[in-house]
Design a protein around this ligand. Sequence first.
Ligand code: GLV
Ligand code: MN
Ligand code: MN
Length: 413
Amino acid sequence: MSHAAARIDETRLWQRHVDMAKLGGLAKGGVNRQALSAEDAAARRLLGEWAAARGYDVFGDAIGNLYVRRPGTENDAAPVVTGSHMDSQPTGGKYDGIYGVLAGFEALEALDDAGVRTKRPVQVVAWMNEEGSRFQPGAMGSAVWAGHYDLAAMLAVKDRTGVVLADALRDTLTAAPCRQVDGFDRGFHAYIEAHIEQGPRLEAERKTIGVVTGIQGSQRYTVDVTGEEAHAGTTPLRVRKDALKSAVAIVAALERHMHDPADVVRFTVGRFECKPGSPNTVPGHVHFTIDFRHPDAAVLARLGDGIAKVAAAAAGPCKVEVARITDVPPTVFDPRIVDLVRAQATALGLSNMDMPSGAGHDAMHVAPFCPSGMIFVPCERGVSHNEAEAATPADLAAGARVLVEALHALADE
Ligand code: GLV
Ligand code: MN
Ligand code: MN
């Protein structure tokens, strides 16, 4: 083990998770720290305080991505970057996202504590709004950074209560101020993101480290079904335009369209809103979301392109509009980073396995710009996007040890 891995402090890293989990903490043990909320601002402030105590430079960009930089001996050299996100699902866990930020910060501290000076700066990033639960779409900060989404369009996005993202960002930066930089620096030397697996494989195979080879492709849609509001007591069924009945038929037709005996297709209707929501009015409008994923680009395109047609055919007397909100192709990580992560895990004596990621991560938007990869650690029963999400201090520290070794090697290139 090099000096740096030996200085990863399991207790300190665990305590930082405990401290962060208080910000938006929920009764059942999880967190609600949605993007640009007061709780998110508090998390940014806390990370900023820890960074200030170490003398690191803290700065932000125009979409609210937050950076913490440990200088290198050649400070103008392209930085080696690590990180993830601090926002959570509305009923999220204590590790999804925040682990990647805290493992990255622990790596900076371990380099300090080991007295290591790297040639390149090593930088932690907390990408804004990875979850996409409050403001859609998700992975927004990294996608704007990458130029995949338009900055002005994203600043104009509203949450469900009508709050405009630009206003929420302004309030967040007032509560958690930091130096703001112009533009988006895409000149990363390399990027490695640590994350809990969010699936059951590592635990089942009794492995500590997942060497992530890629991320499956994903698409998001919104579907709006419009019928006609009518009196529930007087309107004969045959003349109704019941938006809920049509929406249910559409979802059933889409389930058939997405049927996959191999169980590789991921198809989810996660939000389903019926208006006006009155017991004695025939529903006039239904809005729902589709999250659809597959590792194969051709299957993703074929099934995804069929959604609008299938929906129209099942809509009955109602009108249906399908909008594709995101279309992120499958990501294949750079073999050099994949090999480096595997080699460092093996050198540290940590059991490991190669695996793809079923969940989306900011790394999918970074990968086109620099050699990128990810490190997974196990989470209990693979449960995630759930307050019950759990990981052990030892596994979190093991991932941070692999991370610091990989960052160290890349930062001296
Ligand atoms: C991220 O949380 C995802 O939806 O994969
Ligand atoms: Mn995440
Ligand atoms: Mn998530």
